[in-house]
Design a protein around this ligand. Structure first.
Ligand code: TXA
Ligand code: MG
Length: 342
């Protein structure tokens, strides 16, 4: 059952308690309703993807009660600071490199080295974020493929019974999502137009690149952005055996053998596996290289529930790398470009 909470002190306290306990709570921002989870809890973040029935892991925006809290988890720069002073709280999302000590789950970044951060301009959302005391990851609170919700009734229309609660703050005044701006390159890059106009950003940040530019358009546009983490070791899918010079990414009872092991979920639980996926790929890539292993063998993950998104990501990790085809490959984002050019 999904609780409908009023935006008073008790309702906000209840919403915060649910989030701190790993639950899913939809809440209003000035743009649209977000489906929130404790961003530092990988299982709670995985549950967002399960509730939305998203067939792939898109990176999520992390919400904070103020700019200092938001910028503490990323490597800020002068442009980020200026934009945050001009537009936060407000409908602007900044993509910046994660700090090494950033406590946000890797699943929030969907394997990227970057994190999208924002401070929403909605009184109840800010009260909630302060009460939670942790960053809150929140995509729009709709089922995958449906339009973003701007009322609690819209949220319940798609997600009733699938989430713990909705904090009903009435209608969202802006109604379109936040502008997403990538600040990891030489110039800011507009990834998604939204509540803050391009002109307003240029006034503060100077010239910006746009996702509409041919050749980079599809490449970096967030809807297509799937670059994410690809291990440097080759990945072999649906392994039924594992060689001594391979690392094993296990799901359920692990195959015998292998030169390194990471267990996604002993009990073959898909939410647990999703929560562990990016950490597992990274760990095996690192250990595998240290131990001179030649590949990562991955046990089969069923194509149901979160298994769709897990398999989508595993297939990308296993796909042949074709540097020559990079500009046409929407599966590579900005960081991949950067790393390829060196
Ligand atoms: O207004 C909004 O932004 C709403 C409210 C709830 O804050 N949220 C929202 O989230 O629209 P979502 O998940 O529906 O869209 C997030 C967008 C996606 O296009 C995603 O690809 C992009 O932000 N994004 C998130 N993290 C990113 C990252 N590290 N790098 C590039 N793009 C990122
Ligand atoms: Mg959305």
């Amino acid at each position: 059952m999904t609780e409908i909470l009023p935006p008073d002190a008790a309702g906000i306290a209840r919403a915060a308690a649910l989030l701190r306990a790993g639950g899913l709570v939809a809440f209003a921002t000035e743009t649209v309703y977000g489906l929130g989870a404790d961003a530092t809890d990988p299982r709670a973040v995985a549950a967002i993807f399960a509730a939305k029935q998203r067939p792939r892991f898109n990176p999520l925006i992390c919400h904070y009660p103020n700019a200092d809290a938001a910028l503490a988890h990323v490597q800020e720069n002068a442009t980020a600071r200026r934009l945050s002073e001009a537009f936060w709280p407000g409908p602007l999302t900044l993509v910046l490199p994660r700090r090494a000590e950033c406590p946000v789950a890797l699943l929030v970044s969907a394997g990227l080295q970057t994190l999208a951060v924002r401070v929403p301009a909605q009184r109840d959302a800010l009260s909630l974020l302060r009460a939670v005391g942790r960053p809150v990851a929140a995509p729009s609170a709709n089922l995958s493929g449906q339009v973003s919700p701007t009322t609690a009734a819209h949220v319940l229309g798609g997600l009733s019974g699938r989430i713990d609660a909705v904090l009903d703050s009435g209608a969202c005044p802006v109604g379109v999502e936040s502008t997403v701006l990538d600040l990891t390159g030489l110039r800011p890059l507009l990834l998604r137009p939204g509540g803050i106009t391009r002109e307003a950003i240029v006034d503060v940040a100077g010239p910006i690149e746009s996702g509409a530019t041919p050749a980079v358009g599809g490449l970096r546009s967030p809807g297509l952005l799937a670059s994410h983490y690809a291990p440097s070791l080759p990945v072999r899918l649906n392994a039924r055996t594992v060689a001594a010079d391979e690392a094993l990414l296990a799901f359920g009872p692990a195959l015998a053998g292998g030169g390194a092991l990471f267990q996604l979920s002993d009990s073959a639980d898909l939410v647990e596996a999703a929560a562990n996926l990016f950490a597992g790929l990274r760990a095996l890539d690192e250990t595998g290289r240290q131990r001179g292993l030649r590949a990562i063998a991955v046990m089969a993950v069923p194509m149901e529930g979160l298994g769709l998104a897990i398999n989508d990501r595993l297939r990308r990790a296993a796909a042949p790398r074709r540097p020559g085809a990079l500009p046409l490959d929407p599966a590579k984002g900005r960081e991949a470009l950067g790393s390829r050019s060196v």
